[in-house]
Design a protein around this ligand. Sequence first.
Ligand code: WT7
Length: 641
Amino acid sequence: MDEEKGILPTGEYYTPHMNRYREVYERSLREPEKFWSEQAQVLDWFRTWDRVLDDSNPPFYRWFVNGKLNVSYNCLDRHLKQHRRNKAAYIWVAENGEEKIVTYDGLYRRVNNFARALQDLGIRRGDRVVIYLPMILEAPVAMLACARIGAVFSFVFAGFGAQALADRIKDSEATMVITADGGFRNGKIVELKKTVDEALEMTSTVRTVVVVKRTGHEVNMEEGRDVWWHDVVKDGMNYVEPEWMDANDPLFILYTSGTTGKPKGALHGNGGYSVWVANTLRWAFDPQEDDRWWCAADIGWITGHSYIVFAPLILGLTSIMYEGSITYPAPDRLWEIVERYRVNILYTSPTAIRTLMRYGEKYPKMHDLSSLKTLGTVGEPINPAAWKWYYENIGGSRCPIIDTYWQTETGGFMISPQLGLGLVPLKPGSATFPMPGVDPVVVDESGRELPPEQKGYIIYRRPWPGMFLTLYRDPERFKKVYFERFPGNYFCGDYCVKDKDGYYWLLGRADEVLNVSGHRLGTIEVEDALISYKEVAEAAVFGRPDPVKGEVIVAFVVIKDEFAHDRDVVQRIRKRIREDLGPIYVPEEIHVVTKLPKTRSGKIMRRVVKAVALGQLPGDISTLEDSASVEEIKTAIEEFR
Ligand code: WT7
């Protein structure tokens, strides 16, 4: 590859630094133990590890064996001594424009006080606590307070419905839920406490619900179970000694969708995870001490866990945290915040960019965006048109775009341009090169490495520190889902092409998992919900490519005879999905048919439904039982268009 000039005509900034990146990258693979011992210095450890990596029991790799640390100590206590006591940890902006600034000292006090409240309420090391909060400061406070006392938290995105919440409470056997009366979204109240009440009717482990007063609207408070945050948190400063956690003790469980109806609880540890997120943030974005970093994601997803909470706090940065929708009250919301707080680094999703792009250049032009130095994206492949719009209209053709490819399971970035190690020439739509320690290869069905320019599966040949420890209470599924397909390698489920210059192009999921607006959702979760409704006999769900959201959900349902003449049935189904799973699970299209294509053994052929509905060739349909069903799908789609 031509190392002298960038591939894009992007000016001075893109002087290639291939060599520096390569040097660090190659060293990370050549001497991993030494490399990772050095990188682990990003943290303060109570006790140093005995071994950097224990790989004696694959795929249960353990990093920094017997190292002891506390993540909340690393995010807070140590900064008080390092001249960051009065530095802003968060500049929080509410949807209505209200602002709160919390310093490192202020966050330290809040976390200690809440950690004390957790102890007073009987939460001990190892207990599971579900957090179901909107984007308010109590969210990072609750996460860090759990980390401080060694409780394992599981954050459930506040956009999820009662059934989804109940499933996660059940699987984690949580004894406490931390929530709010409600949240704000597009100027309206989102009921959270009410949803918790519904979820708790389906579960039996929760003893205490801590409720933050956010909206102030009337909510039910169950005597003996529900307590207000402001009642249980004492005034003043109640110091709580940080627990000495083992590097491989669990820090949190985060559920993500797979190819079955049951979400997978990715379990992340204290040590390797923290080393990984802090270093990957440094390498990819190179944030400086006085920069203002804005990861415009929700804390309920891994992006928020790693890059709103843990990595920026470990590094002692100042983050913007925003509560509301990106188009409320107007489509210049993000740009207004960038101007008002003179944000230096903005990290968002391709869906957000495509959504805002539709409103035109007028909105970014209303604001002074000159504070921006670097831009980033995450969650899905970015198409070159959106890349170009972001680059020109938001970055003023001066800011590199850091396209970070990773997953809930990987803890942090896996493939990304790395400003901190020397920026390589960018190609819009490619996440470029692997992070140090990441050893990817693109293979065919049988696991053979493919030559450049050929599409295959991306797998990883060795573990990295941020890798999840296991699937919570399901080590068998952990082995089966990730390590069986290509034995000895981590299989992440994505398609990829490596081009002749060695750049990686991530091409989306290779399984029945959906990516809607950069969020991973399972087709089977939606099917399971649909068929649990008394009106629905059968269902097939799949993703249709969408120019803004990447993919949208399409459902074909067979309605039971007794409801065949019920006109409101589809409306009711929509409403139920919204309540049970959450708004993002509501199908864009629901088509009613009298039968679905099935194999002779009675299995619904989702692949055929999808192909026919998208006007593609359905492939092999020799096992199809009744071809009339295919005609019916065609007719349903034609009538819809
Ligand atoms: C899946 C992971 C990583 C945090 C948000 C999503 C897709 C993610 C990219 C990217 C192409 C991407 C993959 C991956 N994905 N980032 N930059 N380019 N695809 O986390 O819910 O665990 O989903 O998102 O398909 O497997 P997640």
